[in-house]
Design a protein around this ligand. Structure first.
Ligand code: ZN
Length: 760
């Protein structure tokens, strides 16, 4: 039954993503139910008085509890004494034949590498001798992975415990994913998100886990007295809202000029000796500049931004990932936020249906797609990445407010999200409400305007379809109570009730860090713009009521952190059931439940009280399933050896051209070459030696892999001779790999191009 369920679900997802041709459906019109929704003005009329009361109620709640008495005024507090360590490590998994995580498009598979994926760790230690939290520390990790997973964190903590004992724990380590959709999948051990990568892929999981641990160890090993300065500003033209019709239902939107957060927060870390150590940026934008037809592993716009700043701040000639200066471009509340700033349109350039994101008659979702500002997806990635770099460097260079002496603290708690009773103080209805067992709605399968519109599903679907109800009923049939609980979401995948192991997280981690006057709220999923604003707004109210708020106090959200529970929209956005609403797992009051959870954590932190650990999440380590075939062997044609040149370089090139060489190679899945490279661009030096000037992680190079026969591989290296970065000279290109022979014997090989010259 379990195997049948998995196969069926795989077929469902494959069909949803267009891998299997659509059969005729006459019931399409039934899905277009947006018309029956309340208009924005109706919502405003009924919900705004409640929204206005919300702040007062929270403040009153805190006053009633006697919090906020006798607190120091942090505005007068001196700059803080901190020690900080920064570290970076390679987390790149298998770059070939593996499905990428994010778009859930089974046919999107790796065929090479544009840029290596990294984990970037920052450890902040409270060094104030007289502080109540003296000696406390927190670890913020931003990794180029689609999202943080519970099982990854469990393995990371096991490894950290082996070296550091209880120094680093679930509570003081925060693992946030940058949400790149161009990273190898199968890393998390969560059945639902692993379906399109043929299950769990241990090599990718451990590449990520080991790299994250290494980045934390490196940060630990270079902890030193430091000054942390904070700055907040704007990143203009860096994002747009991809579900603006749902945002319009938010009654509190009038308080904001934009339907996305354009705010960027930057931390500048420097040693007390003045050495620049690193930068952390928080900014909300999806890692979907690269589309679902991209086949090159990449950190997308945030990975690119990190690469550019690290290149700029480390000494000339430093190879990617090897410099002491580390720049993390962390994710935030990006749920409804797209980097594709030209917005969505139909193929003929006409606008898509506003509520359903469809084109044509009959209305279909797949052709309503958003595009970025560039000439192609790679150009768009660089533009959106560079805009984040420009904004971050402006803020970094003018950062002058040091993090205060309020010290380092944190609270962490697991919550059983399917059975939260949410107080009327937090719900949009003003009544006590409940969360539901996790389930995904029909519009989950429609995808977004960033990719993968499904054949029969459109966004904004609030009514089921008998055929799909029957199909999804094989997974687990929702009860009448569940259906009512999730309304108006029609349940497509009743993921929480799949036996024997739930396909979705039920016990979620919630986490708050305090570093001086900076508050970091780690959310285990994708909060939309307004969902994040309300969480920050509530936190601010709580801190004000508790007397902990100063002129320079600031709150950021770290997204996709520690575990993954899909999306979190506001109650009002949920009513429209676009992709994000349909992917809000625990029903209409999911967001309110998070608000209540975070209120508890913040309240406890400012009061100096502990919080209960909460129920432990299921340990998924013995429950993963893998269907990805292993590499059997690699071969080359008769008369050829591994590493032989297939198509050589030309003798000379001009700057602006692309150098290209192909080798007879092997599957790159045999060896990941972590902290190294599949390729080296080597320049001839005056003493006759060769110096490695570029590697596979550099933006100018591409490592491309293709299977030419069942067991034969061709590897191509491309190098764009970009005017800003290329010196004239004599060069060669080398490639390293390992080929496999049964039984499991791996042999290293090298390839080397002829030498060539590069001229102006
Ligand atoms: Zn997303």
């Amino acid at each position: 039954m379990r195997a049948l369920s998995l196969l069926l679900a795989f077929a469902v997802v494959a069909m949803l993503c267009g891998a299997i041709p659509a059969s005729g459906s006459s019931s399409h019109a039934k899905f277009r139910q947006g018309e029956s929704l309340k208009s924005p003005s109706e919502f405003l009329a009924d919900a705004s008085p409640h929204a206005a009361q919300f702040r007062d109620m929270l403040a009153a709640h805190f006053r009633a509890k006697g919090k906020g008495k006798g607190k120091i005024n942090l505005a007068q507090a001196p700059a803080g004494n901190y020690s900080v360590g920064v570290g970076i490590a390679d987390v790149t998994g298998q770059v070939a034949e593996i499905g990428f995580m994010g778009y859930a498009t089974p046919e999107q598979k790796g065929a090479g590498l544009q840029q290596r994926l990294r984990s970037r760790a920052f450890i902040f230690v409270d060094d104030h001798e007289d502080s109540k939290t003296s000696g406390k520390r927190v670890v913020y990790v931003s990794a180029d992975i689609c999202m943080g997973f519970q099982m990854m964190k469990t393995n990371i903590l096991d490894k950290l415990r082996a070296r550091f004992g209880d120094l680093y724990t679930d509570a003081n380590v925060m693992l946030s994913g940058t949400h790149t959709h161009a990273a190898p999948g199968g890393i998390g051990g969560m059945a639902l998100v692993d379906i399109t990568t043929l299950g769990f892929i241990p090599e990718n999981h451990w590449a990520a886990v080991d790299g994250i641990v290494k980045s934390i160890e490196r940060a630990h090993d270079n902890i030193k007295p430091a000054v942390v300065k904070m700055n907040v500003g704007q990143c203009d033209n860096c994002n747009i809202n991809r579900s603006p019709s749902a945002y319009l239902l938010d009654p509190d939107r009038a308080a904001y000029a934009n339907d996305t957060d354009q705010e960027m927060t930057v931390l500048r870390v420097e040693g007390r000796d003045g050495t620049e150590m690193g930068l952390v940026s928080f900014f909300a934008v999806h890692g979907t500049s690269l589309n679902n037809n991209n086949s090159l592993v990449s950190g997308d716009n945030k990975g690119y931004a990190s690469y550019v700043v690290e290149k700029q701040k480390n000494p000339p000639g430093t190879l990617p990932g090897e410099g002491a200066f580390v720049a993390a471009f962390g994710q935030s509340n990006e749920g409804d936020v797209s980097p594709n700033t030209r917005g969505a349109a139909c193929p003929d350039g006409s606008p898509c249906d506003f509520v359903h994101s469809t084109c044509g008659d009959p209305a279909r979702g797949q052709t309503c797609l958003a595009t970025g500002p560039g000439v192609d997806q790679y150009d768009s990635m660089r533009i959106i990445g560079q805009r984040q770099v420009d904004a971050a460097m402006r803020l970094y260079n003018s950062a002058s407010v040091p993090l205060s002496a309020a010290g380092v603290d944190y609270r962490f708690q697991y919550v059983d999200m399917e059975s939260v009773e949410v107080s009327g103080k937090f719900t949009s209805t003003g009544r006590t409400e409940h969360t539901c067992p996790p389930a995904l709605g029909y519009s989950f399968a429609a995808g977004t305007t960033d990719g993968c519109g499904a054949f029969d599903f459109v966004q904004g679907t609030t009514e089921g379809n008998p055929f799909w109800d029957w199909v999804s009923g094989f997974l687990s049939k929702p009860t009448a109570e569940q259906i009512a609980c999730h309304a108006p979401k029609p349940i497509l995948l009743n993921v929480g009730q799949v036996k024997p192991i739930s396909w979705s997280s039920v016990i979620l981690p919630e986490q708050v860090f305090r570093i001086g006057q900076l508050w970091i709220l780690a959310v285990p999923g994708e909060f939309t713009t307004m969902a994040g604003r309300r969480l920050r707004g509530m936190t601010r109210q709580l801190l004000q009521a508790a007397g902990e708020w100063t002129d320079s106090s600031h709150i950021v959200i770290a997204g996709l952190a520690n575990s993954y529970s899909h999306y979190i929209t506001t109650y009002e956005e949920y009513q429209q059931q676009r992709y994000e609403g349909a992917s809000t797992l625990y029903g209409p009051h999911t967001h309110a439940a998070h608000m209540q959870n975070f209120a508890g954590l913040v309240e406890a932190l400012v009061a100096g009280q502990p919080v209960p650990e909460g129920p432990q999440p299921l340990d998924m380590r013995n429950h993963t399933m893998s269907f990805m075939p292993r590499i059997v062997e690699d071969t080359v044609p008769a008369g050829v050896s591994f590493g032989d040149v297939h198509t050589d370089v030309q003798p000379s090139y001009k700057i602006g051209q692309t150098v290209r060489v192909s080798f007879w190679g092997a599957s790159p899945r045999n060896e990941l070459f972590l902290e190294s490279s599949f390729l080296f661009i080597e320049q001839l030096q005056s003493d006759g030696s060769w110096r490695r000037v570029l590697v596979d992680s550099d933006i100018e190079t591409r490592f491309l892999w293709e299977r030419v026969q069942d067991t034969q591989s061709r590897v191509t290296v491309e190098w764009d001779l970009e005017p800003q970065t290329t010196e004239p000279g004599t060069y060669r290109i080398t490639h390293q790999g390992r080929w496999k022979k049964q039984p499991e014997i791996l042999t290293p090989y090298w390839g080397e191009s002829s030498t060539f010259t590069v001229e102006h």
